[in-house]
Design a protein around this ligand. Structure first.
Ligand SMILES: [Ca+2]
Ligand SMILES: [Ca+2]
Length: 262
């Protein structure tokens, strides 16, 4: 795999080596492409040809690709948000950049079982969290009780997790408080527990202090980037503690991109 441009090494004796660095399971390795005894001019010529060949070569075999994320229709209208928190992220009105993850990642959460701290939602069903419907309409919304509540998804097997994407509710400008996201190998969250997002700066939910930002909900959902974090787990649990409009907690959809762990 040509991960790096060729390097041209001309030795004092007039021998030239054209080498490339390739990445292998053992790490970076130098592979010699050409080794010639040449005049300095000849060395330059070979270097130029090799550079041209490299430039013309097809791109390295893809190890990563952009996640294929289906976005719902945006909602226009509603009351502008009147909330300024110290920890509120500055809003970006640009579309999110494509997110690169190891090739072959899929939404492991699709159709998977959902449990919750509130097994009897105010309205909607827990199954809505993983049913693929992400519209802003209330028909797609599950509303959980007030105070700290969580939903939990069982991916079915321990998996490599590259990104978690969550839509709480996007038919209004809202910020959900104390959003904490954890992964674990067991449903009780005692084994291999990892906190992958926490924006509870004052520990008001009692799950620990987090440094992540609060943000305003949009149709793009919130993508938690984990591709380079080496996160493995079977269960994903997401907490919130009310929002800027009321004290209840909402979900439209949660997606978990990754692959079953090898
Ligand atoms: Ca849904
Ligand atoms: Ca808080």
């Amino acid at each position: 795999m040509l991960n790096n441009p060729p390097r041209f090494l001309v030795h004092k004796c007039g021998e030239m080596r054209v080498a490339i660095l390739v990445s292998t399971d053992e790490g970076m390795k130098e592979e010699i492409m050409v080794r010639y005894a040449v005049t300095p001019l000849g060395a330059l010529a070979i270097a130029a040809i090799a550079a041209l060949m490299f430039a013309a070569a097809p791109a390295a075999v893809a190890q990563e690709e952009a996640l294929k994320i289906e976005l719902p229709q945006p909602y226009f209208g509603g009351t502008p948000l009147d909330y300024f928190g110290e920890n509120l992220e500055e809003r970006s009105y640009k579309p999110r950049e494509p997110y690169m993850a190891p090739a072959g990642a899929t939404n492991l959460a699709a159709g998977k079982p959902v449990t919750s701290s509130d097994p009897d939602p105010n309205y909607g069903k827990l199954a809505f969290v993983t049913d693929g419907e992400k519209g802003y309409q209330q028909d797609y919304l599950v509303e959980l009780d007030t105070a700290v509540q969580w939903v939990q998804i069982d991916l079915g097997q321990v998996s490599d997790i590259y990104a978690i994407l969550v839509w709480h509710f996007h038919a209004a400008e809202r910020v959900y408080f104390d959003m904490v996201v954890k992964t674990a190998d067991d449903a009780e969250f005692t084994e291999n527990v990892q906190t992958v997002y926490n924006n509870d700066h004052d520990n008001s939910s009692g799950l620990g202090v987090g440094k992540d930002k609060e943000y305003v909900e949009t149709y793009e959902g919130r993508l938690i980037p984990l591709a380079d974090k080496g996160i493995k787990g079977r269960y994903v649990r997401l907490y919130t503690n009310g929002n800027t409009s009321d004290e209840t907690n909402h979900y439209v959809e949660v997606e978990v991109y990754g692959q079953p762990a090898k």
